[in-house]
Write a protein that binds this ligand. Structure first.
Ligand SMILES: O=C(O)c1ccccc1N[C@@H]1O[C@H](COP(=O)(O)O)[C@@H](O)[C@H]1O
Length: 203
């Protein structure tokens, strides 16, 4: 709720069970309520890895979130299936192994609302703190809005945005998680404020 009051565009809650940041379904409704009260314009995003059909009920918008951010190995077809079943916008995180992986985006763009681009890190699906080599994005023609994700924080966001501008790119948004924490799962409000001040100055 404190971050929502700072005027971010979206807030994510981690529903990936093996994450240190995992929040159980039973606690999400209360949290989303507090976020909505603090700032109803902040988009409430549930972050998941390879959701199974057994999980569908907790993924419905009635649970308080407004969007699903998928960080696993979900195919284009699986994203379409979830979108049709749950009637909720899907954001797909693409964990790039090389610039060649950008070729996948066209197919996803027909189905998902936004794409997040971050680097592939073996055995981890997100929240890694690792940043994308931005030269991989040279020549990238985004077919849909995209977020720059992975290891973004106060120490590197300004250079990242300048580097992107140098190759004619501007992300829809900056996604940040581990850089604004004291340790995994405990966010640091001061670090978030510093990051937001930098981004607002550059916007
Ligand atoms: O944060 C996690 O533990 C996590 C687990 C599984 C999937 C995604 C996860 N986090 C998301 O990853 C991106 C980038 O995080 P970071 O800035 O590199 O720490 C972000 O959207 C997190 O919410």
């Amino acid at each position: 709720a404190a971050v929502a009051e700072m005027g971010v565009d979206a807030l994510g809650v981690i529903a990936a069970t093996n994450s240190a940041r995992f929040l159980p379904a039973a606690k999400r409704l209360e949290l989303w309520g507090a976020v909505a009260t603090a700032n109803p314009s902040v988009l409430r995003v549930l972050v998941l890895v390879n959701p199974s059909n057994d999980q569908l009920d907790e993924l419905r918008p009635e649970a308080g979130h407004q969007c699903l951010q998928l960080h696993g190995d979900e195919s284009v077809e699986r994203c379409a299936e979830l979108q049709n079943e749950l009637k909720i916008p899907i954001w797909k995180a693409l964990r790039l192994r090389s610039s060649a992986d950008l070729n996948q985006i066209g197919a996803y763009a027909n189905v998902v609302e936004k794409i997040l681009l971050e680097p592939h890190v073996p055995d981890q699906y997100g929240g890694t703190g690792h940043s994308l080599p931005l030269n991989w994005l040279a020549g990238f023609k985004p077919p849909c809005p995209w977020w720059l994700a992975g290891g973004m924080g106060a120490s590197n966001v300004e250079n990242a945005l300048k580097d992107l501008e140098g190759i004619g790119l501007k992300p829809y948004g900056i996604d940040a998680s581990s850089s604004v924490e004291n340790f995994p799962g405990i966010k640091n409000i001061e670090k978030i404020k510093i990051l937001l001040d930098i981004i607002k100055k550059l916007a």
